[in-house]
Design a protein. Structure first.
Length: 182
């Protein structure tokens, strides 16, 4: 009964020793690897081989500024910047961002000049001009939502007309009942 318990403690020490051994072995293996050789290219050599496109810089700045203006709820300013991006980019990829953003601006709930028809037109144009764009699927979703919204608005208008007609008929029936009662 008075014997020492050494099994669990020895196993614990063995595990610790094994972890130390493996970590040291890893350090030794790292020293044996050959150093990685990097190509030394300076900024000057990059400038010579590929000139910076000033138009691309302008487009990028305008696109970023348009997003900032939209966040600040300056819808007219954001719209102008996106139109500038679209004019500078033509049918190249920054144009898809501009068209998508213009669609969002006209659909934005906070925009006092919101116009779902214009928004729908921009999203449709984006999917036609840039079918392979990463934003094309999102634009298609917006198109579906805006079209569904338009259908629901038309249904509401028709129902309101039916309600008005029903009220008019009810008034006429009440008037005829009063005339008969006299």
């Amino acid at each position: 009964m008075g014997g020492k318990r050494t099994g669990a403690r020895n196993l614990f020490y063995l595990c610790i020793a094994g972890l130390i051994f493996l970590s040291l072995w890893g350090c030794v293996r790292l020293r044996e690897k050959e150093p990685v050789q990097f190509k030394k290219e300076t900024v000057e050599s990059k400038k010579e081989s590929a000139p910076i496109d000033e138009n691309l810089i302008t487009v990028s700045k305008s696109l970023l500024w348009a997003k900032i203006l939209l966040e600040r709820q300056d819808y007219d300013g954001a719209l102008k910047e996106n139109q500038k991006v679209l004019a500078l980019s033509g049918k190249t990829p920054p144009g898809d961002d501009a068209l998508y953003n213009m669609g969002l601006i006209y659909a934005h709930f906070g925009n006092p000049k919101k116009d779902y028809g214009k928004s729908l037109a921009f999203f449709k144009r984006m999917t036609i001009d840039y079918p392979q764009s990463a934003l094309a699927e999102q634009a298609r979703i917006w198109i579906g939502m805006l079209q569904e919204n338009e259908k629901l608005n038309q249904t509401i208008q028709k129902l309101n007309l039916v309600i008005e007609e029903s009220k008019r008929v009810d008034i006429e029936i009440e008037e005829k009942k009063r005339e008969k009662a006299k």
